[in-house]
Design a protein around this ligand. Structure first.
Ligand code: OAD
Length: 320
């Protein structure tokens, strides 16, 4: 995983976005004055969704969809990066999630994991919204950067989710990649001890399969990313779109696909052929600014699905 300033193999796409007709695009795409989505575009989006005309929805999500579950995002003021940087006196915000930090001092991530796993966070309305559409058979994939696993708690089948930055459900040795029994790691952590790899000669601490800076993403991400062109609607939500290669996903969608950005702040690339074109009337791009839960519920309401959605959540909760 790399920050946007570092170059990766997907750099070409990034360059493509940035280099084509920049001046013309900047002029056309200046988003400074944008406040609300074009209402006709929004209504068009709703009518297509309501009539099940989108059959291959792809979600691309980040930490913002879990803030209402009690998990802070990374880059907002007072967010995880700030909290962890202050607590551990780190030189950069990313340092906590750097593989070299883990190798030098695994205990700080063990402590973090213990707190995280014992918190028993619950899904947000946005997670249930994704689950609802998935159970309607409309969702192809959910690409998430989140490691909280709340998609699963919201009843989304595992094969629909691509955990781009890993999760706490599996463990391994980051050095030799030997798979480790997750229960063994959790038990050891409960006792305040570090689990070392039985395979590596020099002591190598085992780790939950959360992707750190300096580690590669799971192969599944690269495999499923190829199918992104099959999506007819992309919903991007709760992410600053700053971390590669994940942040390039929206620009890999088919040019005829509708892309809806739901976020508290404007993010993403608005330049170049593949960039968002929210202000262009004939584009299929729509920015809905606000909180993910509020907007998910508004969409449900506007589609006339309120009763069905309530029933869906009730049933899910009864099953668990
Ligand atoms: P960020 O913290 O970078 O961005 C969160 C985005 O969500 C921001 O644009 C916020 O404005 C927005 N946001 C916050 N709360 C919201 C809400 N309730 N509704 C709508 N929008 C909201 O988080 P990510 O983009 O997910 O990797 O960060 C990407 C990666 O950076 C993470 O996966 C993490 C970190 O490196 C790991 O460390 C494993």
């Amino acid at each position: 995983m790399e920050s946007k300033t570092n170059k990766t193999e997907v750099e070409q796409i990034s360059e493509r976005i940035k280099n084509i007709d920049i001046n013309k695009e900047v002029e056309e795409q200046d988003t400074k004055n944008e406040k609300k989505p074009e209402s006709t575009k929004y209504l068009d989006f709703i009518s297509q969704l309501k009539e099940n005309r989108f059959k291959s929805i792809i979600f691309m999500t980040g930490a913002g969809i879990s803030t209402s579950s009690g998990i802070p995002d990374f880059r907002s003021k007072g967010g995880l990066f700030q909290q962890l940087q202050e607590k551990y006196e780190l030189s950069t915000p990313e340092e906590f999630f750097d593989i070299n930090t883990f190798k030098k001092n695994p205990m700080i991530f063990y402590e973090f994991s213990k707190d995280f796993l014992s918190a028993d966070y619950q899904p947000s309305q946005f997670h249930y919204f994704m689950s609802f559409l998935t159970h309607k058979g409309l969702v192809k994939f959910i690409f998430t950067q989140n490691i909280d696993g709340l998609e699963l708690k919201a009843g989304i089948p595992k094969d629909k989710i691509i955990f781009a930055h890993g999760n706490f459900l599996e463990a391994h040795c980051p050095k030799c990649h030997l798979s480790i029994d997750i229960n063994e790691l959790n038990k050891k952590n409960e006792k305040g001890e570090i689990l070392y790899c039985p395979n590596c000669k020099k002591k190598s601490p085992c780790k939950w399969k959360v992707v750190f800076y300096g580690e590669d993403l799971d192969q599944n991400f690269y495999l499923k990313r190829r199918e992104i062109t099959e999506g007819d609607l992309g919903i991007i939500c709760g992410t600053s779109l700053l971390v590669q290669p994940f942040c390039l996903l929206p620009y890999m969608m088919n040019k005829n696909a509708t892309r809806v950005l739901i976020n508290r702040d404007m993010v993403g690339e608005t330049r170049g052929k593949a960039g968002f074109k929210f202000n262009k009337e004939d584009s299929h791009d729509l920015f809905i600014q606000g909180y993910s839960d509020d907007i998910a519920l508004q969409i449900i309401k506007d589609c006339g699905w309120e009763k069905e959605f309530d029933e869906f959540i009730k049933n899910l909760k009864n099953q668990s």
